[in-house]
Write a protein that binds this ligand. Structure first.
Ligand SMILES: *Cc1c(COP(=O)(O)O)cnc(C)c1O
Length: 343
């Protein structure tokens, strides 16, 4: 059965072109530096985001945590938003792997207040931890694209204090698409950036961590320590190259579909769509006024071949992706209308 899957863009299957590229990929032992496809991917990815070098890593979480581990010393403090992925969805890894302390600032719809960032940077005092890193996230997993001016200000403050900035750019290319600029224009406000190949870009596995040559050299050793030294990973890189060269250029379709989905859902009585938050491929909404918070809807839609996640803190999220067409969107809206009518 073909499902319409709106749970996430991580559910995307590789495209036929990716499967063929994987089948034909020339590979080698990448720990020896022998994999030409990995090398091509790492060079291409670095170039795309305007950095000297990049490294293929197994997941976005791996890439973020490797960045923390590479930038920081044990006991350092990292300044970041209280709702960012590193804080909320990485299983507390930063205390396990990098051994850092997280100093969370109240996120303002995903953005940090530059003045607050400045005020939280530690001075010299025998009692204080060292501020080792500032982390930003763009696009934010709340669906919003953080304005470049905000990133620029924080980057400037960080530079004044000699503190690096890491960007969690899991959906960096969604942000770039939304802003209508090159990803490098966003990544110029950070020392290192992680972005995922395996979300809306449809690659089966993998993320990239990019930065200066010396940073990536150090990260390569850290990746080995974390068990991420992969051998003939060129099969995955082959799909990653298709992701970056081709799938990156069509993300606007997903954004347009999300906007359409948001508009249609908003017409249904009892559903409140957070329209301002539809900036990439995500639609957040509150349907509690229909009498169902979404828990029942999950089961009803599954019967109709539509997969969605249940509510988190009362809020529902649908994510569009390559495998969900405009017709699928209209079909989902019709099914939801029928389910709610029957209830
Ligand atoms: C998905 C995501 C990650 C982590 O990626 P995984 O490959 O799932 O580990 C990190 N940051 C953000 C903002 C994400 O959305």
């Amino acid at each position: 059965m073909k499902f319409i899957d709106l749970r996430s863009d991580t559910v995307t299957q590789p495209t036929q072109e990716m499967r063929e590229a994987m089948y034909k990929a020339e590979v080698g032992d990448d720990v020896y530096g022998d994999d030409p496809t990995i090398r091509e991917l790492e060079e291409y990815a670095a170039h795309l985001v305007g950095k000297e070098a990049s490294l293929f890593v197994p997941s976005g979480t791996f890439g973020n945590q490797l960045a923390l581990f590479t930038h920081c010393r044990h006991g350092d403090e990292v300044i970041l938003g209280d709702d960012c992925h590193i804080v909320a969805h990485e299983v507390g890894a930063s205390s396990v792997i990098a051994g850092v302390q997280l100093r969370t600032l109240q996120s303002r719809k995903g953005a940090l207040d530059p003045d607050e960032v400045r005020s939280k940077i530690r001075g010299e005092d025998i009692h204080f931890p060292r501020t080792g890193l500032i982390c930003l996230e763009n696009a934010h997993s709340n669906g919003r694209v953080i304005p470049l001016e905000n990133m620029e200000k924080i980057y400037g403050i960080a530079r004044e204090h000699g503190i690096p900035v890491h960007l969690d750019g899991a959906r960096l290319f969604n942000a770039a698409t939304s802003l209508g600029i090159d990803a490098a224009e966003i990544a110029k406000y950070c020392a290192s950036v992680m972005f995922c190949l395996s979300k809306g870009l449809c690659a089966p596995v993998g993320s990239m961590l990019a930065g200066s040559s010396s940073f990536i050299e150090k990260a390569r050793k850290g990746r080995k320590l974390m068990g991420g030294g992969m051998r003939q990973a060129g099969f995955l890189a082959a799909a990653g190259l298709v992701a970056l060269k081709k799938m990156r250029l069509r993300l606007k379709e997903d954004h347009d579909n999300a906007a359409l989905l948001g508009r249609e859902l908003a017409k249904i009585p009892g559903i409140k769509v957070f329209t301002d938050d539809i900036q990439i491929n995500m639609v957040y909404f509150d349907m509690r006024d229909t009498g169902d918070d979404g828990s029942k809807l999950v089961k009803e839609l599954l019967k109709e071949g539509i997969k969605i996640n249940g509510p988190e803190n009362g809020i529902m999220r649908f994510v569009t992706n390559y495998w969900v067409t405009k017709d699928d969107i209209m079909h989902v809206v019709d099914v939801i209308k029928n389910v709610l009518k029957a209830a």
